[in-house]
Design a protein around this ligand. Structure first.
Ligand SMILES: [Mg+2]
Length: 276
């Protein structure tokens, strides 16, 4: 029974130039390891946007032949489709933080309907959260405001200028309404609590009958996935590392940036092989 590998993408497997965290020219002479060669896996408006190391790319191809690999992302379907990961196109993918379960590239309508019903029953409507964000966020540090897949909202912000108290207050306000707030890089997400990656991954496990679930992720929106997995890894950077978050079965890796991504694929491969 092959393992099921459910991995977050951004800042877990793939990295923008700003998130690579490679030793720069200011590293002491002779101390900086040679920079790894990178493979670009996403273009946006004709420009390279996301990368992994060539070694990670090779390991990921091997992983596809060893485990059921399920990209598990908060990205919308359109944002996910921009990514061309090495190896065969995954049969299953989780988009919109669990709101869409792609099967051979198409959203499963039954799954999506079920998610909508759950959110309608348990959470404040998206319009209310959106309106609150628009009203309370400072126009001087908000760059853009987006509704994703009509399921959740996020702001693109000038991170340094976002008042910490605003994030905290928003978290409390959201919690009372069945929503969660997550701060990732330049984005502030507000997501309905039952909209989870773990629920969608559980559904994939049910459909495929795949064995142990291996997970990885860097942000608060990945915590439920890491907790639900039999084994999981988180990088040394990101929202979870920032708060020192950990849990039984979750390995906190020391690596940061794109090298953490490579380490995670290697860990997946070793663990998946051990279960064959
Ligand atoms: Mg991430």
């Amino acid at each position: 029974m092959p393992a099921l590998v459910a991995s977050d993408l951004d800042r877990t497997l793939i990295y923008s130039a700003a998130a690579l965290q490679l030793p720069g020219p200011d590293a002491p002479a002779g101390e900086a390891p040679p920079a790894p060669r990178l493979l670009c896996v996403e273009l946006y408006e004709g420009k390279p946007l996301s990368y992994l190391t060539e070694t990670a790319a090779r390991l990921l191809r091997e992983l596809a032949g060893t485990a059921v690999f399920v990209p598990t992302t908060t990205r919308t379907r359109a944002q996910y489709r921009r990514i061309l990961l090495p190896g065969p196109a995954p049969r299953y993918a989780v988009c919109a933080n669990g709101g869409h379960l792609l099967v051979d590239g198409e959203s499963d309508p039954g799954w999506h309907r079920q998610v909508r019903e759950l959110l309608a029953a348990r959470c404040a409507p998206l319009a209310e959260v959106r309106e609150h964000l628009l009203r309370t966020a400072g126009p001087e540090w908000v760059r853009a405001h987006r509704v994703a897949e009509d399921l959740f909202v996020y702001l693109v912000v000038d991170r340094e200028r976002v008042p910490e108290t605003w994030v905290k207050d928003l978290g409390v306000w959201a919690e009372e309404r069945g929503w969660t707030v997550s701060l990732q890089g330049r984005k502030v997400y507000a997501v309905p609590q039952p909209l989870t990656k773990s629920a969608a991954v559980r559904e994939v496990a049910r459909r495929t009958g795949a064995g142990p679930v291996l997970g990885a992720g860097d942000s608060l929106l990945d915590a439920d996935l890491l907790l639900a997995a039999d084994r999981a890894w988180r990088p040394g950077h990101g929202e979870l590392a920032g708060t020192g978050w950990t849990a039984p079965g979750v390995t906190a890796l020391p690596e940061r940036g794109v090298l953490a991504g490579e380490r995670i694929v290697r860990e997946f491969l070793w663990a998946a092989r051990a279960h064959r």
